[in-house]
Design a protein around this ligand. Structure first.
Ligand code: ARG
Length: 465
């Protein structure tokens, strides 16, 4: 297991005579996961290298050789021509070993005043930061797709639900705008996370800092960080940025799962509020009539990965003593899996939202069921007859019962019938019993009237797009 010259490992062979047991190597290796950090790792190394030259820590010609070499390694990686070696454990050592092959002993100077502990913390922060930027634009695209549907359906009346029972009529545009708001807050959470994570661990070295005269402000600025992290022990120990990223992701995925679930419900034969095209549905291998909203179901399910990843990383970090421990190598896999799942879920949701065809006739028919304007009747009794709301609620309940017993809608009852319950009711009551009147009357800020929805649409495009 040891290498021929007796050096067990290119990095720490001075101390070790033997190589690791196979099972030690198997549990230790992370290259299959952290190879994904290569862009960030090379960016970090390039910044570190030029700072070392600038500060006179390494000779300029070695610095130039290292930079050229890193650029070539990056080309190999981008072209898929890099051969990863599992015995080199992780992405940091793979890149450094290849650099040594390309530029010789000068490569050995790159790791001056640096440790893999601050290196990996820096790489991972850079990766999460890039991912946040990608998620932000994906979420914006989803908001744009929703707002296009809002524009089409500012006047489309559907039943609004509580307890998934008909509650009050709303417009489909209003309902979709609720998701635009949720996604706006989701974006805000990612932006907050980005702001807090944007400090640079590089130069913290193993944990204590370094005796070399480095300039951490320089590397921080080169890498687009706002400042170096203030405490070197914290710099290599902290993973709350990743937990926070996953928490923002879990909340966002929870929102997507609610929309996905509604799409599933809306697509059922019973509801039929929307239909999805061939592009976003699948058929059944046995039932020829089927058209299944699989994408929506999978978006609904992906939220499990996000929540699982967040919980998993919290458990990894819980109770860990400062500073670095190898436990923390388990931070990346769940984060990558979760981020991929989230990006896919956002893209699939955007596709479905753009694809879905609303069926206003079905929505309207459903909105006419379930005595959905009962609140309008109660409000009318309060406004016109001056009844206390509780009394109006009771009167309305009696009238609803009457309609229910007869199997008719509220506005199909006669004035005479209603007067049996409350003698002061006049024929003007019929003006509030229709669903269009109901929707049009809800003009309070944030309310469902088409007038407000059109204003809210303009405002949302300004705020979010
Ligand atoms: N592969 C390691 C990780 O992802 C890099 C840091 C290793 N540091 C160490 N002291 N062994 O965490």
């Amino acid at each position: 297991m040891s290498t021929e010259d007796g050096a067990a490992n290119v990095m720490w062979g001075g101390r070790f005579a033997q190589g690791p047991a196979d099972i030690m190597a198997a549990i230790n290796v992370s290259i299959d996961v952290d190879r994904r950090l290569y862009e960030q790792d090379i960016a970090g190394s390039l910044a570190h290298c030029s700072m070392l030259v600038e500060c006179g820590v390494i000779p300029a010609e070695d610095g130039a050789a290292i930079s050229d070499g890193l650029t070539r390694v990056r080309e190999e990686l981008r072209a898929g021509q890099f051969s990863f070696r599992r015995e080199l454990e992780d992405i940091h050592m793979n890149i450094e070993a290849r650099l040594a092959e390309l530029v010789g002993p000068a490569a050995g100077r790159l790791h001056t005043a640096r440790s893999r502990n601050d290196q990996v913390a820096t790489d991972f922060r850079l990766w999460v930061r890039d991912e946040i930027d990608a998620i932000d634009s994906a979420l914006r695209a989803l908001q744009a797709a929703l707002l296009d549907q809002v524009e089409r359906h500012a006047d489309t009346v559907m039943p609004g639900f509580t307890h998934l029972q008909n509650a009050q009529p709303v417009t489909f545009g209003h309902h979709l705008l609720a998701y635009v708001e949720m996604l706006g807050r989701d974006r805000g959470r990612f932006v907050d996370c980005r702001r807090r994570l944007n400090e640079c661990p590089l130069g913290a070295a193993a944990l204590a800092g370094t005796s070399f005269p480095i300039d951490r402000h320089m590397t921080a600025a080169t890498l687009g960080f706002d400042r170096p992290m203030a405490n070197s022990i914290d710099a290599v120990s902290a993973r709350d940025f990743a937990v926070e990223f996953l928490a923002a992701g879990a909340i966002c995925a929870m929102h997507l799962s609610r929309l996905a679930e509604e799409i599933v419900i809306w697509c059922t034969d019973r509801f039929g509020f929307v239909s999805l095209s061939d592009a976003f549905t699948t058929g059944s291998s046995i039932m020829p009539q089927k058209r299944n909203p699989d994408a929506a179901e999978l978006v609904r399910a992906k939220s499990g990965r996000l929540l699982g990843a967040m919980t998993g990383l919290l458990v990894v970090m819980k109770g860990l003593p400062l500073a670095y421990a190898k436990d923390m190598q388990e931070d990346k896999e769940p984060t990558f899996i979760a981020a991929d799942a989230l990006m896919l879920a956002i893209a699939a949701t955007t596709g479905m939202v753009a694809d879905l065809q609303a069926r206003p006739d079905r929505m309207r028919a459903a909105a006419n069921e379930g005595f959905i304007t009962a609140t309008d009747l109660a409000d009318w009794l309060v406004r016109t007859l001056g009844l206390p709301f509780r009394r109006a609620h009771h009167v309305t309940g009696t009238i609803v019962k009457m309609a229910e017993d007869r199997g008719c809608a509220l506005d199909a009852l006669s004035l005479e019938d209603m007067r049996k319950v409350e003698p002061a009711i006049t024929s003007a009551v019929f003006e509030v019993l229709g669903i269009d009147q109901s929707v049009a009357s809800r003009t309070s800020f944030g309310g469902t009237s088409p007038e407000r929805i059109r204003e809210a649409l303009v405002a949302a495009r300004e705020r979010f797009l």
